[in-house]
Design a protein around this ligand. Structure first.
Ligand code: SF4
Ligand code: SF4
Length: 561
């Protein structure tokens, strides 16, 4: 019944190893925490109830990990994770029992704890199944997206060993008659029966118990100490990372703080990232789901969002030796842009697929954009194509080089066909925002004309701005030129306010995202509707006829892109 650590010299060993390794764990966690304090401030404390409630599905429920597409990884992770949560009770009982039997949960809770023991037995088995599934994945399947290094094997080994040592310790305790209601720990009980069956008793069994007991203790403490130095540090950071997640749509970029007075723009050094971006890098599990979903990576570009997050962590470790004793340290710190690479920063199309896929809410897009802003606004370094677009935006107010069209060509062409497009004068309900593509690209002009005809047919009260329309600012912002974006966006907002615009219809998804989600950052608050949504409403209201069966059209679900 008594743990071997309750008598000398076991108690001395227990005290030294337990408190020594716990102190080391706190030290390891502390140096990381100090790094986060060096990061820039960002407020992620708003809406604490919503943030807290999110922990239930996203951490406890494992919903972002166990997606259908990744059912195998999701299943094994759920088995290990839920097992770990449940078995914390047994670990606590073990540690308290190591101090004194009367302090254990078994003593304090009595039948309640006994009744919970079969549940913990089941989860012990499930954790073992989960680790075997993970081992199979790493050894035979070897998905390309995952980082398959020794680190994963060490953690898997420590977890499996934790279960084995736990079961064997209990089996010996049962065989020695140390445990009441032994059948409640049915797995250990089975082994205890086996020891009895082969005549394993007496001093040998006592030693057997002591050996497994210490093996379990040491494994637990080694696991705890190793965690912060491994990619499995997400076990420690997942809760804060999910709690402090962005509550905004993933396509939204944040403005540069104190833009007028800022001494530098973007991020060119790792310490210019926010504490949340640093926390992100310590939460990455290296599962590779972000890179597997990245369209740039899938088309053979150098960009890997996973690698960018790993690179940032690597640079943090390079600068603080205690973070990772094994990391190679060059004489001069590696510049951030060199570590991440120029091309990956420019390969990103800011689609946000990586953010959507990431099971632990890492925000790659703002991180990449911060480095791009630095390159554009501090270093004037960008690919020729990006330079050409920015020059075009500055000089002509739109990104389409070589177009023969003007913003009013389509209006004039429709007038020639006898269709008058009203100009917005404040008396109409909707501003029909055409956008650069809708006015200046031949194939998009067809969509613009068709949309205008539908709006007229449905009797919608709308008007357009014609030559008063400018670029929404989205291309400049996504290319890292925040200054140009703010000029263009502010110009549009001023026009909208002067003309009394309240509702905006737009065909362009980029304009939609910018006006709906980013103009409010510049105090431009309007009701923005995408034309696909608006047209659907018109059909539902009977203002436009359903076209099913006409010209071969059938009722289908489609993804609009
Ligand atoms: S936002 Fe950039 S990094 Fe993320 S998936 Fe899209 S292209 Fe890749
Ligand atoms: S950033 Fe997220 S999705 Fe990408 S490897 Fe890390 S944990 Fe996985």
């Amino acid at each position: 019944r008594m743990a071997p650590s309750t008598e000398f010299p076991g108690n001395l060993f227990y005290a030294i190893t337990f408190f020594g390794l716990i102190a080391f764990f706190l030290y390891s966690a502390g140096i990381r925490y100090r790094w986060f304090l060096r990061g820039q401030w960002v407020n992620r404390f708003s809406e604490p109830i919503r943030r807290g409630l999110g922990l239930i599905p996203f951490v406890l429920g494992n919903t972002r990990v166990a997606r259908r597409k990744y059912w195998y990884s999701g299943t094994l992770h759920s088995l290990i994770f839920w097992g770990f949560v449940v078995l914390q009770v047994r670990t606590l009982n073990f540690l308290l029992n190591g101090i004194h039997e009367d302090a254990s949960l078994q003593s304090l809770l009595g039948d309640v704890y006994t009744g919970f023991r079969p549940v913990m037995e089941v989860f012990s088995l499930l954790v073992i199944v989960g680790t075997l599934m993970a081992a199979w994945q790493r050894f035979f399947w070897r998905p390309q997206r995952m980082t398959l290094n020794i680190d994963g094997w060490i953690i898997l080994g420590l977890i499996a060993w934790l279960m084995v040592t736990d079961i064997f310790t209990n089996s010996a305790a049962i065989a020695l008659g140390h445990l009441d209601n032994p059948e409640f720990s049915f797995v250990a009980y089975g082994f205890a029966e086996l020891w009895g069956g082969i005549g394993f008793t007496g001093q040998g069994l006592e030693l057997f118990h002591v050996a497994w007991w210490y093996a379990h203790l040491v494994d637990f403490l080694v696991f705890l100490v190793y965690l912060p130095y491994s990619k499995h540090s997400h076990v420690l950071t997942i809760v804060p990372n999910v709690f402090f997640r962005s509550l905004q749509p993933s396509g939204v970029l944040q403005p540069i703080k104190d833009f007028e007075t800022a001494e530098s723009f973007g991020v060119g050094k790792v310490e210019q990232f926010t504490w949340k971006q640093m926390l992100d890098s310590y939460t990455c599990t290296e599962c590779g789901r972000c890179t597997a979903a990245c369209p740039a990576n899938l088309t053979g570009k150098a960009l890997s969002p996973k690698q960018i997050i790993i690179d940032i962590r690597h640079l943090m470790e390079e600068q603080v030796p205690a973070l990772s004793p094994t990391t190679h340290r060059p004489e001069q710190p590696t510049p951030l842009i060199d570590e991440v690479g120029f091309d990956p920063i420019w390969d990103c199309v800011t689609c946000g697929a990586c953010v959507e896929e990431c099971p632990v809410f890492i925000e790659h897009v703002p991180t990449i954009m911060d480095m791009r802003r630095y390159l554009v606004m501090e270093e004037s370094k960008m690919p020729e194509t990006a330079q050409a677009v920015l020059t075009q935006l500055e000089q002509r107010g739109h990104p389409w080089r070589g177009t023969q069209l003007t913003r009013t060509t389509w209006i004039e062409e429709m007038a020639t066909d006898g269709v008058e497009i009203p100009m917005f004068d404040g008396s109409q309900e909707y501003l029909f925002w055409v956008g650069c593509s809708g006015a200046l690209q031949e194939r998009n002009v067809k969509v613009t004309k068709a949309t205008a005809r539908l709006l007229l047919e449905a009797g919608v009260s709308f008007g357009v701005l014609g030559n008063e329309e400018g670029c929404s600012g989205d291309p400049a912002r996504r290319l890292g030129n925040e200054y140009l974006y703010q000029m263009q966006a502010q110009g549009n907002i001023d026009v909208f306010k002067a003309k009394g615009v309240q509702k905006i219809l737009t065909m362009c998804p980029h304009c939609f995202n910018t006006m709906e989600h980013e103009y409010p950052q510049l105090d431009g608050r309007f009701e923005v509707l995408h034309h696909s949504v608006f047209l659907e409403q018109l059909v539902a209201q009977g203002k436009l006829p359903r076209q099913v069966g006409v010209n071969g059209l059938s009722e289908k679900s489609v993804t609009y892109h």
